[in-house]
Design a protein around this ligand. Structure first.
Ligand SMILES: *Cc1c(COP(=O)(O)O)cnc(C)c1O
Length: 364
């Protein structure tokens, strides 16, 4: 059955990208378009469990057209980063938190359970073999994308008996161009992201597919991101398509919507709650309505707001627009509390500050 420490069958890429080409790619990687030389794959079948653990040259997956993921979106994923440290080493950030969330996502979609150690070892193994791909430019990192798909070849709607778990890696610059300029949000009134009892707390591709019409609407309105309201009352601010949200008040306190099944439990969110409290700030996990947000932004009671997640780290929210809303947050730029929290988090991730909370998982 499942061993917890996998031994991978390692097949090195016989034609890796040359050092010179790699340096060129790393100089301007963009976001999620450049990939490393290798990938991890593991297969699961109901009778044999997880088996066939491989590190191999990155290549296309060969799928039968009746494979369940292609029809019923049996897909979950994670997003994490390997960070280059000042001494040339590298680290992951809270990888066991990703592994735990991956198990929770799998449970929600009735997919195979992947032991946490297998998940973490896979990610570590890929970063180690592709270590040359971890960028060292300011704010850049090696983004890791572990994911699992249902691979049973059958059109019947039932949980899949077979799965592939895969990890790929992509060097990334910061998500938004420049060093985190403030974004404009579109308040989605036509679409919601997640309903009670749904899959909002699972990191699954289906949630993203369902959010893209709102995203397209937002883009047409000149906004970079969408903020979703709760599906029941259409008043409470939940989160962005792929980022959690925080509010900063005049009295220096912070607030973020509470988890409750419709919000993705972000690891960045949880880390910032901890860091904020360590700075002596009051941090509330309480509902906040879009009308209150507008009123407080206009009165000055609310001074800053930001979005957060692994990909874009901490991103200031400058303006909010919607059919019945429109306001600027603070002076429309990154505020001091936002900048302080971002610095506190990234200083730990990049090894510039003491890892007081034991969040780093040093690789080499
Ligand atoms: C991944 C994700 C986040 C952020 O989670 P982190 O663990 O902080 O990266 C927030 N919202 C959604 C919908 C997500 O998919």
């Amino acid at each position: 059955m499942n061993k917890t420490k996998p031994t991978f069958d390692v097949k090195k890429n016989p034609n890796p990208v040359t050092g010179e080409q790699r340096e060129l790619l790393l100089a301007n990687p963009g976001w999620g378009r450049v990939f490393t030389d290798h990938m991890v794959t593991m297969r699961y079948s109901e009778d044999r469990g997880w088996q066939d653990w491989r590190i191999e040259p990155r290549k296309a997956l060969d799928l039968d057209p009746a494979t369940s993921v292609l029809h019923y979106a049996l897909e979950i994923f994670e997003g994490m980063k390997a960070y280059r440290l000042p001494d040339g080493g590298a680290t992951l950030f809270r990888p066991h938190a990703n592994a735990r969330r991956f198990r929770n996502s799998a449970e929600r979609l009735a997919m195979a359970d992947l032991p946490e150690d297998l998940f973490v070892e896979s990610v570590r193994a890929l970063v180690c073999i592709d270590r040359e791909w971890i960028p060292s430019a300011q704010g850049a990192a090696l983004y890791l994308r572990p994911f699992m798909i249902g691979t049973e070849v059958a059109l019947g709607t039932k949980p899949s008996c077979d799965y592939i778990f895969c990890v790929i890696a992509s060097p990334v610059a910061s998500y938004f161009k420049g060093d985190g300029p403030a974004v404009t949000l579109w308040v989605s009134e036509n679409f919601t992201r997640a309903a009670p009892g749904g899959t909002g707390a699972a990191k699954c591709g289906g949630n993203y597919a369902a959010s893209l019409a709102a995203q397209a609407e937002g883009l047409r309105e000149g906004c970079e991101q969408v903020v979703f309201l709760d599906a029941v009352e259409r008043r409470w601010v939940e989160e962005l398509g792929g980022m959690n949200v925080f509010f900063v008040f005049e009295d220096g306190s912070l607030q973020t919507p509470p988890l409750g099944g419709t919000i993705l439990p972000g690891i960045t969110r949880e880390s910032l709650i901890t860091l904020g409290r360590h700075m002596g700030l009051t941090v509330r996990e309480e509902r906040y309505s879009i009308d209150q947000w507008q009123e407080d932004a206009r009165s000055g009671r609310l001074t800053e707001a930001f979005a957060c997640g692994t990909a874009a780290v901490v991103t200031p929210i400058g303006k909010v627009k919607g059919r019945t809303h429109g306001f600027t947050v603070g002076d429309g730029k990154a505020g001091p509390v936002t900048q302080r929290l971002k610095a506190a988090l990234t200083d730990i991730q990049f090894g510039r500050a003491d890892d007081k909370h034991g969040w780093l998982d040093r690789l080499f």
